[in-house]
Design a protein around this ligand. Structure first.
Ligand code: HGY
Ligand code: MN
Ligand code: MN
Length: 396
């Protein structure tokens, strides 16, 4: 709740975009919490932050647990933030119980999971996993032309006691607790979701280039109206991509037009296409349709399609799921396996270390909304499962 005050919106939602003042203030707050936990704060060149509780053998690769604290505009209090706070709770519980595990525990804040300001997301986790270069992510610009490299130093300067560490240190395992962001656990009155994997995602930026013209005089037949072109393309995307594909998800999340004036025929329209599907072959087929559909329905305009993310389904594997299930059973909580339709930093970390996710229910499955809600007893149950798996992995 205290974290949610950073970026709080009047409607109860949270807008805490990556590397914004709210994000920086939130990290300052977590660094203060770290001090009271007698834990050390570390950071890397991608802005990922680690709150480290040293183990008996500090040389062993740490067990990491965490998530992200950046949100979408008008997001909720729990998406991401829950996983970071739960990881801090694990450290606090160990510290208060006087438990010093064999391996160190690091609570992690991955930078820019949402990609709402600097796209695509999962930026910090991808840099840690080595799947995206730091140089590349530092050049990414937001819609005002501000680059990651222009704001990252401010965030690091806000953590003066943070010890810089190289990217991608070896880790024993990574665990992410997260709200489900879907209705399944609530519908089945189940306390814990043991996540089997994460559905695939492809995203594109489409630019429709027409010609600005006088809205009153330009002949309809001679217009290169970028808006009408974009509307035709989006209509065709919806018809082609979603037909007979009930598991497909298509989101046109950003849309801008120029010059955006009532009396001017729009000369340029830019919009995002976010496509998801739980099967890789179908994901590939549907994603490959996007450029063809844009070309076919562009009319008199030109169209440019740039694919800026192409992530196949990720799977956490049987051993990890059984490892988490054993912990849930020790705590005598109800559980079910669940496939994540939302993307997470774990998608990147599973490429380099044993990784598992723990879901807890959220009200009506709502997320990326001010209406996002979760019950304290569910959040606590998830944090206890996280503590169980972290301590088990520490002492394995
Ligand atoms: O988009 C997603 O699925 C995640 O919330 N970033
Ligand atoms: Mn999230
Ligand atoms: Mn999210």
């Amino acid at each position: 709740m205290e974290l949610a005050t950073h970026g709080a919106m009047p409607d109860g939602g949270v807008t805490r975009l990556a590397l914004s003042e709210a994000d920086i203030d939130a990290r300052r707050l977590i660094a203060r919490w770290a001090e009271s936990l007698q834990a050390e704060v570390l950071a890397d060149d991608a802005g990922n932050c680690f709150i480290r509780y040293a183990g008996r053998d500090p040389e062993l690769p740490p067990v990491m647990a965490g998530s992200h604290i950046d949100t979408v505009p008008g997001g909720g209090k729990f998406d991401g933030a829950y996983g970071v706070v739960a990881a801090l709770e694990v450290i606090e519980a160990m510290q208060q119980a006087g438990v010093r595990p064999k391996r160190s525990v690091e609570a992690v804040i991955w930078t820019n999971e949402e990609g709402a300001r600097f796209s695509p997301g999962q930026m910090g986790a991808a840099a840690f996993a080595g799947t995206r270069s730091v140089d590349e992510i530092l050049c990414v610009k937001d819609r005002d032309g501000v680059r990651v490299r222009d704001v990252l130093p401010r965030m690091l300067a806000a953590l003066p006691k943070a010890r810089m560490r190289s990217l991608g240190v070896p880790i024993t395992a990574f665990f992410e607790a997260h709200i489900e962001q879907g209705p399944e656990l609530e519908a089945h009155a189940t306390q814990i979701g043991v996540v089997t994997g994460i559905q695939g995602r492809r995203s594109f930026i489409v630019t429709v280039l027409g010609e600005a013209a006088h809205g009153g005089t330009a002949r309809q037949s001679e217009r290169k109206d970028a808006l009408l072109g974009a509307v035709r393309i989006i209509g065709a995307l919806e018809a082609s991509v979603l037909e007979n594909e009930s598991d497909a998800r298509l989101t046109i999340g950003t849309f801008s037009l120029e010059p955006n004036a009532p009396l001017v025929v729009p000369g340029c329209v830019r919009f995002s296409v976010d496509l998801r599907h739980p099967e890789n072959a179908t994901m590939k087929r549907l994603g490959d349709l996007v450029p063809a559909i844009c070309a076919r329905h562009r009319g008199a305009c030109a169209v440019e399609v740039v694919e800026n993310a192409n992530a196949p389904c990720a799977y956490f594997g049987e051993p990890m799921m059984q490892f988490i299930e054993a912990a849930v059973d020790r705590l005598q909580l109800s559980r079910r396996r669940i496939f994540s339709l939302a993307g997470h930093d774990s998608r990147e970390i599973v490429k380099i270390a044993p990784t598992g996710m723990i879901f807890v229910p959220c009200k009506r499955g709502l997320s990326h909304s001010a209406l996002e809600e979760a019950e304290p007893h569910d959040l606590a149950a998830g944090a206890r499962v996280l503590a169980e798996v972290v301590i088990a992995a520490c002492d394995a």
